[in-house]
Design a binder for this molecule. Sequence first.
Ligand code: SF4
Length: 329
Amino acid sequence: MTLHVDRLRSGGLIATYQCQSACPHCLYRGGPGRSPDYVSQEMAAACFAKALSLGCASMHVGGGEPLADPLGLAGVLAAAAETGMHLEYVETSASWYDDADEAVELLTELRAMGLSSLLVSLSPMHNGFVPLRKTLGVLEAARTAGVAVFPWQEHFLADVQAFDPEATHPFAAYLERFGPNYPAEILRRTWIHLGGRAFDLFAPVLGRKPVEAILAEASADCRRELADASHFHMDLYGDYVPGLCSGLACRVDDLGAPLDPERYPILTTLAESGISGFYEYAAALEEYQPLPGGYVNKCELCQDIRRHLTQRGWFESTELAPVEFYAAL
Ligand code: SF4
């Protein structure tokens, strides 16, 4: 059976992939090098309408940095109002913060347009790009503007406060201060999905295994992961990210019916025969050599096969998207 996503539970709209930060755990590989493209009001409305039609009445807005383009965000808020989509919160890294009065003014204007809640990133990974002063500044400005806030995640505050709040501190500084097992400590304290840049961040404490071991222990198919709509994402280009499998995509318009295997050969292969089937598929299509250092898990192998296909110019479908995701691999 091909992949069929017929219900959506809870998810987000990726407004842009560009971000001033390039956090080492970012699932979507956002960063300054990504395109500044921002979701249009029309596309946001189309994504919200599709989500509503499949049973999801509440979404968040993420990125990239959604507040990098306040006018664009105003369009998203208007699209939510127009379609009847409830926006739970908008994510921000606080990188845009400069001055308290300007921040209060901006957030007050956005509040009048429908911004009710901000998720403000607070972690050692973000602190590599955003000084704590900015993070705390946005939290305070939002409270003043009457916008609800939740720092994500507050338990990291004590760790980040160990450093100068006026400066950024790369993750290496945290390793030096808290020891080489600090990434394992982070995984004990919070859930971080292993995908995107997170493989490299956590590989030193998780280890990597040869491809044979990965294939031997992998489940027979990836249908459950790909069909999981409990934390889905749609993006500015009108693509839907199946499950948390960043770098894979189907068109939002194609949700609600079984995916056409000819249009989606990779998603169909992964849904039907998992990483083993995909490995064989890639080997038959394009010579693929697994990395000698191995992989953290089947998803890192999957990402590496997809990188290989994009580098070999494999454009038989639009499933490997956005292409920029693979550019830095
Ligand atoms: S192996 Fe690929 S398709 Fe399967 S869960 Fe991991 S990223 Fe998703």
